[in-house]
Write a protein that binds this ligand. Sequence first.
Ligand SMILES: CC(C)=CCC/C(C)=C/CC/C(C)=C/COP(=O)(O)OP(=O)(O)O
Length: 266
Amino acid sequence: MPLSNSTSSVPAVTVPAAEELLSQGLRAESLPRHVALVMDGNSRWAAARGLPPTDGHEHGMRALMRTVRLSRAWGIRVLTAFGFSLENWNRPKAEVDFLMALIERFINDNLAEFLREGTRLRIIGDRSRLPISVQKTARDAEEATRNNSQLDLVLAISYSGRMDIVQACRNLAQKVDAKLLRPEDIDESLFADELQTSETSCPDLLIRTSGELRLSNFLLWQSAYSELFFTDTLWPDFGEAQYLQAMMAFQSRDRRFGRRKNNAAL
Ligand SMILES: CC(C)=CCC/C(C)=C/CC/C(C)=C/COP(=O)(O)OP(=O)(O)O
């Protein structure tokens, strides 16, 4: 099942069908439902070629779209990608401006494909800090794709996991203050309902590229039981081979969620 060519500038990739996944040693029925991505290493990729960081981000955008297409073809239901952290606002203005324009271009260039292929786009993070045109582009794309159900593509932009936890606490405190809730009513489920990810399941697999071994403030609450996969590959080089490797690793893990295997007695 080769993936159809799209109208965007990103080259199409060849995507294996379920039988091909099997031939690669993957079980199609136990792929992760939700994959989270920390797309790290764009600047190092560019520096290694004597290019400015912006070139790395440009190629990083292509790698993201390759990953979106592979995810859709493999039947992964949610892909959450860390596109810009709250801390990234401290980067040089020219790089920030470039990234904002890139995010807007990513949405505009791929909206037709999202609509055609059933991808729902959602943004999490502090969108009030985004340029007005990015806010509008994001809002319009979210509205246009809201009934799509093949793949949820969640872009974390101006995002901070800690900040999301803080704003959830504030919301709950206000509800307690307004006597809509008692403190003792607050449990994990009510708390998760206040997070920006309330509509989404927690990631089964979290991938970070570029050899860094940390979460960097990404999905802190949600990654409690995510399987972590780290690769030295720099994000712009992330492609089908690396994604398959992450899937293989995921399928080799024993997910117990703190329980004893098969509830075996001592
Ligand atoms: C949402 C969207 C359209 C994104 C496309 C572009 C993209 C992948 C952006 C990620 C931005 C980012 C700060 C990456 C980390 O690379 P880095 O500059 O920190 O690289 P380094 O670790 O080598 O310094």
